[in-house]
Design a protein around this ligand. Sequence first.
Ligand SMILES: [Zn+2]
Length: 342
Amino acid sequence: MFETTIAGSLPKPEWLAEPEKLWPKWKQEGDALRQAKADATLLWIKAQEDAGLDIIGDGEQARQHFVHGFLEQVEGIDFENKVKMGIRDNRYDAMVPQVVAKLRLKGRVHAMEAQLLRARTKKKTKFTLPGPMTIVDTVADRFYGEGKEGRIKMAMAFAELLNQEALALQADGIDIIQFDEPAFNVYMEDAAEWGVQALERAVQGITVTTAVHICYGYGIQANVDWKNTLGHEWRQYEKVFPALAKSSIKQISLECFHSHVPMDLIALLKGKDVMVGVIDVASDVIETPEEVADTIGRALQFVSKEHLFPCTNCGLAPMSRDVAWKKLQALAKGAELARQRF
Ligand SMILES: [Zn+2]
């Protein structure tokens, strides 16, 4: 009961990449970089186990960014000539690569870290991939065409590639495959209309547990400012949850702690596992076990114990290592307290 899991990303040690940055530069090259990525992955597997988490991830140590890590292995993308693009409905600018030809995978994307994860923990494992709609919002297009039609076409093309990697991750022995779709909380109509369909394409043939993580983004200033414009009640999830409830995706996340998301939206996810965000990623203040257990208690009004998975609100990548480590412990301790309470 109350199996704990993280959204996905964890801070990179400073010998691997620039600390506390969303798009950090690597500090190594070639073989040294490959080794450093593997070492950092091992370090965080151990840290998650030591903290007492139940579902273990790779901490996304081998990818520079949760979207671009995948894109680097895709043919048809020009990484040399990045362009500045407003992403998440112009919430912030990012330098993004451009799609210039038909998309194809060059080969496996995450074999090294997925196989390392599977070999080095006996616990359940989770592996994250960017969702098709969020990819489309984090890359410039020079090939699939203008407007919504072009975006849908490109999303479906990415979904096919994501599916290839997901099937390979399943073969690697990963227990849960999660797609990250922060864009679902930005383009709510599109998410319900075709975002979920693209996800369905990405999970075709997947028999292990599937999950989707939807959030209000990393704890960076642009996101904090955006959240301040969203008003007293954040009802973004309300549009996409009904479509997800009807989908084949088994686990769905939502931000809870320190968010203005009404808890009763969980009721829209009847029958699904719900990853309840009990850890704030926009604050360095460490949650107490009581606060975590309280959030779990509030969520229990709308989801049964068996379906509740305490989780972080989003990834911890831009935080300091020390804060992230303490937040992992807070998550595990809070879930333990909740097991006693409920
Ligand atoms: Zn997130």
